[in-house]
Design a protein around this ligand. Sequence first.
Ligand SMILES: [Cu+2]
Length: 163
Amino acid sequence: MAASHWIIIFMATIVVLATSISAKEYIVGDGSGWTLDFDYQAWAKDKVFMVGDTLVFNYAPGAHNVMKVDGNSFQKCLIAPVSNGTLTSGRDVIPLKTPGMKWYVCGVGKHCELRKMKLAIAVLPQTMTPAPAPSVSTSIKLEVSAIYGFLVSLFGGFLLLLA
Ligand SMILES: [Cu+2]
């Protein structure tokens, strides 16, 4: 009885640890989503975006879209023809794969120009993660992910037994 409690606490701790060090998913605009007249620069201001994180744009399909543009197009809201990778699903997930500035706008109507549907973020390389000692944190990460993987497979096996 007591032992099983400790196992549950241990597992919960591992899951929390694994979640906190893994990549973050940012819902653009949080509960408001990707919409008109939301201040996306204020939303992005206090966030640190790292390579490996993802952006999620939520909106009603058809009402908006998501276009990745360069800095110049961003400033002027120049909307390129809707072909070069315009995202329209309504739940567009964008993995941040490279460091540097990223610019996103809505290409529908004058949403970028007049309704503030534009987001600029700076993506930092993963090596800039604040950590006391890189070598130690790397080994902890590997250990935790190994344990996490083990637990996931354990749970999987357990579920198979139940099925
Ligand atoms: Cu729009």
